[in-house]
Design a protein around this ligand. Structure first.
Ligand code: KG4
Ligand code: ZN
Length: 331
């Protein structure tokens, strides 16, 4: 089954064609980062307009790369949310219009589950059940995944998303956007000597809170500036990153243990973080828990992961009518 997928929930316009949920025939991604970089973050109105400009060319390229014709498509899917509403509308409208024109079924896909499904593409052997940790610029979720279509949201951030804090801390440090990859690199040369807080919230909660950490980093930078001190960027990066990593790793393993899962699946833009990957793997070795994360290019937003998630939804009997009737764009 050839699935055509559209993703436009944030600042990537992407169209992909994936066969049987796991074989990527094409995955075209037009990133808007160079436009948003001068604002230090994604500007929703600009993102929507750029999606409109890009979507047709990106779709044409996806067919060219896959060497397929429109009539070779069996199912059309599109990200329904969560995401920026104006941005989502562009990909979703393109997906629905294409399904209508081709007279093929359409399904709306949850972006979060799409991030999880990126792992089905990277790891042919991966199957639920498992614990999922989804960390991106807009989301921080801990989920328990029962099968290919059902998952329980067990914890989420009460304020900033993990990737968002990486970006905001980097902006405050004046080192560029997006902050995640820059901090990841700098941290190799730094030490965890600033002792930032690890906010674990209540004992029995799987929720996260990162705004206190963000404030602690900003305050530390300000007071050093007032003292006329210069903190090593590498140390700030390392201390901050270790504080985020410790909390994410601790909660993911706690949930896996509680639910008796032997696998943890990491995904989302922050899954590209090399220290987080290593920390999970080290703890996984000790606890005999397998760790999976997607190939780097599938960590950030892309339509191939949406195609994979859509394929499994369709296989489970989800109908177009039911997908249209999804009451909200959230989980
Ligand atoms: O999944 P994604 O493309 O977009 C959302 O759905 O939000 O994630 C983008 C986020 C950005 O905040 C970026 O700073 C972060 O992923 N990111 C990283 C790394 N690479 C990207 N964060 C930490 N370490 C990285 N290596
Ligand atoms: Zn995302």
């Amino acid at each position: 089954m050839n699935v055509l997928a559209f993703e436009s929930s944030c600042d990537e316009t992407s169209v992909a064609i994936v066969r049987d949920g796991r074989e990527v025939l094409s995955n075209v991604i037009a990133s808007q980062i160079s436009t948003h970089v001068k604002f230090g973050g994604v500007v929703p109105e600009i993102a929507s307009r750029m999606h409109v400009e890009q979507i047709n060319a990106v779709m044409r390229q996806a067919f060219n790369d896959a060497d397929l014709k429109p009539q070779d498509i069996d199912l059309v899917v599109g990200t329904m949310g969560p995401g920026l509403v104006g941005a989502l509308l562009i990909g979703l409208s393109a997906a629905k219009a294409t399904a209508l024109a081709l007279n093929k079924p359409f399904l709306g896909v949850n972006h979060i589950y799409g991030h999880v499904a990126a792992n089905y593409i990277s790891h042919a052997e991966l199957k639920p059940p498992f614990t999922g940790l989804i960390v991106s610029g807009g989301h921080t979720y801990l989920i328990d995944v029962d099968d290919f279509v059902h998952f329980e949201l067990v914890g989420q951030t009460r304020d900033d998303a993990a990737g968002e804090v990486f970006d905001k801390v980097a902006r405050k440090m004046g080192i560029g956007y997006p902050g995640g990859p820059i901090i990841d690199k700098l941290a190799y040369e730094g030490e965890d000597n600033l002792h930032f807080p690890r906010v674990m919230l209540e004992e029995d909660s799987y929720d996260f809170s990162f705004s206190g950490l963000k404030t602690a980093v900003i305050n530390t930078l300000h007071s050093a500036e007032q003292r006329g001190d210069t903190l090593k960027h590498e140390d700030v990066a390392r201390s901050f990153q270790d504080a985020v990593t410790d909390v994410l790793v601790e909660k993911a393993f706690r949930l896996a243990r509680e639910r008796g899962r032997d696998t943890i699946v990491l995904s989302g833009g922050v899954a590209a973080n090399s220290h987080l990957r290593r920390a999970l793997e080290e703890r996984g070795d000790e606890a005999s828990i397998r760790i999976f994360y997607p190939d780097l290019k599938l960590c950030t937003d892309n339509a191939a992961m949406i195609a994979s998630a859509g394929y499994y939804l369709y296989q489970s009997g989800q109908s177009t009518a039911k997908a249209y009737a999804t009451p909200n764009l959230g989980l």
